[in-house]
Design a protein around this ligand. Structure first.
Ligand code: 4AD
Ligand code: MG
Length: 456
């Protein structure tokens, strides 16, 4: 179907005075005595294109006046003081009717209401802006890491190990509801892979394999967590960026993470000014200033031990008590980043007992060289660590957690054959998207959110 993108019409003065064909969905319609107006959106830009219909000139346009209808308009492009440019219609063809029960009749709907119709909510301004930023952010991540010599690798989605050791894995099986097997061993032996398999919670372990050959790598793909966390920040299926770097210790990887966050935010500011202005107006006052300040200021770094001291001194009652050794809850994380530092902060050197087996053990015998990056409004967006490169210490940590060593043979071999200091991190793609857009529920930055008790 030959037509011109609405974006081109707005961006290109060449079209003024020319006859054009445009397509789109009707977003508003207004009728007066001799003239009717439509605003259409074709998804190529955030802006709607106004169509002016002189009733005498155009026949059969009534069906085009319905919200949600899809139309093809042929007309002359003219300059307009209010809209920049608009189209005086010569003819209108309705491609798809849209009856009155189209649910998006109001100008603004609540995000909760829109969540009930993921297939239609994408046609609203909010979701147009979210997904445009999401796409730009994804490209910015690839561009940045590629420009720094990182090799993009795709790690398996179905795995035989639980990378985080937390046991929150979705199982993958071809077995039916009823099976003839009497024991667990028999059950798994007769399953598709001949052993227990699940969806990957993280590509890190395989990412480390690639980093031990290519030096700097990253993954960008889905991770799956069967956590029973019904919160505004948890999805059962989320997108995960995991860089892994050989010959890098904790301060090196912190520097890489900070530089990457700054570079990708900078790109979004550059490429999505209309969307950021929209989020500023409707979702987070001061958003643009916040993002600009991220790009030009250093992030904070605080020792876990010091963070606990600061929390204990806080003039605030927390729901969860915190003492040295406890895992930080969202309320603690947000207090640290929002009230104490008022900017992104790396909390470093966590107690080893609350972190994963693969993290490098510090000489104090109590902590590991791990860090979480906390940001105001969201909390943790990055989980990061230097990896334990010493075979004996790694085995000791695995044994202390009663892990099945034989399931991790490849991972252990990396420490046996030319082990090097190395580090990596995982950035939650939807979490950073929440931070960049000011949208406070992770379900609203995802096309089809999967959460506990909800799939569509
Ligand atoms: O802190 P996590 O669990 O770390 C890892 O998976 C490491 N293997 C990463 C690495 O070092 N390569 O997860 C990393 C990030 C979190 O900081 C968070 O942003 C995001 O992944 N994340 C989730 N996002 C949405 N929903 C969930 N259920 C998430 N779980 C983690
Ligand atoms: Mg984490």
């Amino acid at each position: 179907m030959k037509h011109i993108d609405v974006k081109e019409i707005f961006n290109n003065p060449f079209y003024i005075g020319k006859t054009v064909t445009v397509c789109g969905w009707v977003r508003t319609s207004r009728d007066s005595k001799n003239i009717s107006f439509l605003e259409i959106n074709d998804g190529t830009t955030f802006k709607h294109l106004q169509i002016v219909i002189e009733k005498e000139k155009v026949s059969d346009f009534d069906r085009a006046m319905k919200l949600g209808a899809s139309v093809k308009v042929c007309g002359v492009c003219v300059e307009s003081e209010k809209n920049g440019v608009e189209v005086n219609a010569n003819s209108i063809e309705v491609l798809g009717d849209c009856p009155q029960d189209y649910p998006l009749q109001k100008k603004r709907h609540t995000l909760e209401f829109l969540r009930t119709m993921p297939h239609l909510r994408v046609r609203t301004n909010t979701f147009n802006a979210v997904f445009r930023v999401r796409s730009v952010l994804a490209a910015a991540i690839h561009e940045y890491l590629q420009s720094k010599g990182f090799v993009y690798v795709n790690t398996p989605i179905i795995t035989g190990s639980d990378a985080e050791g937390a046991g929150e894995v979705f199982r993958v099986t071809t077995h039916d509801f009823e099976t003839p097997y009497k024991t667990r061993e028999e059950y798994y032996e007769n399953d598709f892979f001949g052993k227990k398999a699940g969806l990957s919670v993280s590509g890190q372990l395989e990412g480390e394999v690639a980093a031990m050959a290519f030096g700097r790598i990253y993954t960008f793909g889905p991770s799956f967590r069967a956590e029973n966390s019904n919160t505004p920040r948890h999805l059962a299926e989320f997108w995960h960026i995991e860089p892994e770097v050989a010959f890098a210790e904790l301060p090196d990887i912190i520097e890489i993470a900070e530089n990457m966050i700054k570079a990708i935010i900078s790109r979004v500011l550059e490429r999505c000014p209309d969307e950021i202005a929209f989020f500023e107006k409707h979702f987070e006052e001061g958003l643009e200033a916040k993002l600009r300040s991220i790009v030009s200021n250093d992030f904070a770094i605080v020792e876990y031990t010091e963070a606990i001291e600061l929390l204990k001194k806080a003039d605030r009652q927390f729901n969860y008590p915190c003492d040295w050794g406890c895992d930080l809850q969202t309320e603690h994380e947000r207090y640290i980043t929002e009230e104490i530092f008022k900017k992104p902060v790396f909390v470093i050197n966590y107690p080893k007992d609350i972190k994963a087996f693969y993290m490098k053990q510090n000489p104090d015998g109590k902590t590991v060289a791990a860090t979480d990056l906390l940001v105001p409004g969201v909390g943790e967006i990055i989980g990061c660590s230097e990896r334990e490169a010493d075979l004996d210490k790694l085995l000791e940590a695995m044994n202390a957690r009663n892990m099945k060593i034989e399931d991790y043979k490849d991972y252990i071999d990396l420490r046996k054959f030319g082990s090097v200091p190395h580090s990596g991190f995982g950035l939650g793609f939807e979490r950073i998207l929440m931070y960049v857009t000011g949208i406070s529920n992770i379900r609203d930055v995802t096309l089809y959110p999967r959460t506990v008790g909800s799939i569509r």
